[in-house]
Design a protein around this ligand. Structure first.
Ligand code: GSH
Length: 276
């Protein structure tokens, strides 16, 4: 893989949420015992933010730039990553762990995002793990790949990513619309933030490659199921309430697409490691 190019100056980094997400941020500025240290653009943050919004848990939203880690963040999370939660003055981090914590800590806040059946609950955790260990790394291998003359390599990365997405989708309840049936569960919000960012491949990598309806061949059924799922996710109020203007994501994703991003995730992808 070619050496990363010089990174784009910070000036292009849009400092705060916009559109619907800005309204949500503005509504959560008051002091609260639960504080979300956030980056408006971050899909790992959005996982946690979705759960807070879905369950109407009171929280204070605190915007930080995790690429210029302020002491307020490092004091709570030595890894300096967002999302970081401060709950009754105690820190917690790692998006999937925090999501589980919110379920445990706020049992009276509906909806319940874990099924009661222990087997289904455990099964969904397998597919959460799959998102983090397969889908997100292959998303980034595809996004950060530099084709130059090697378009075959780019298509390999595209197919690897689509293969993982298909394998994940094939595990969904047949009817849905959500992964496990009629109700959304944590796993839906663990994958949702990446699903609503797939436009980056159309804009920056020559297309995502999900076949159009009726053209999915042997995979027609699974892609139809994926479309049903993603429509349901995009329709959630929580998703709308945590999404900023697309144009503000562009400089951030362009750096990944050019393989110049210097985030922990970009570096991990370059060196063949998984999610930081
Ligand atoms: N495993 C972490 C990953 C979080 C993460 O990578 N967050 C990014 C922003 S999207 C970050 O804080 N990056 C700072 C850096 O790369 O230094 C989680 O699931 O919470």
């Amino acid at each position: 893989m070619s050496a990363p190019k010089q990174s784009i100056p910070d000036a292009e980094f849009y400092p705060h949420a916009s559109a619907e997400a800005k309204k949500t941020v503005d509504a959560h500025q008051g002091d609260a015992p639960l504080k979300l240290y956030s980056g408006w653009f971050c899909p790992f943050v959005q996982r946690v933010w979705l759960v807070l919004e879905e369950k109407h848990i009171p929280y204070q939203y605190i915007e930080v730039n995790p690429y210029h880690k302020p002491d307020s963040l490092l004091r709570l999370n030595p890894r300096g990553l967002v999302p970081t939660l401060e709950h009754d003055n105690k820190p917690l981090y790692e998006s999937t762990v925090v999501m589980e914590f919110l379920e445990d800590e706020y049992p009276d806040h509906k909806p319940n995002l874990r099924p009661d059946d222990p087997h289904e609950r455990a099964r969904l955790r397998i597919w959460t793990d799959y998102v983090t260990t397969r889908i997100i790394p292959s998303f980034h291998r595809f996004l950060q790949f530099q084709p130059s003359s090697d378009t075959k390599g780019l298509d390999e990365k595209r197919q690897e990513f689509l293969g993982h997405l298909r394998e994940w989708t094939a595990e969904m309840d047949e009817e849905g619309p959500y992964f496990s049936g009629k109700e959304p569960r944590l796993v839906d919000f663990q994958m949702g933030p990446w699903a609503v960012r797939l436009w980056v491949f159309d804009l920056m990598k020559g297309g995502l490659g999900i076949p159009a309806e009726g053209q999915g061949g042997e995979h027609e059924k699974v892609w139809n199921r994926y479309r049903k799922w993603v429509k349901a996710i995009e329709g959630r109020d929580s998703v709308k309430a945590t999404t900023s203007e697309r144009e503000h994501f562009l400089p951030l994703y362009q750096r990944y697409a050019d393989n110049t991003a210097q985030s922990e995730l970009a570096k991990a992808t370059r060196s063949g490691r998984g999610v930081p």
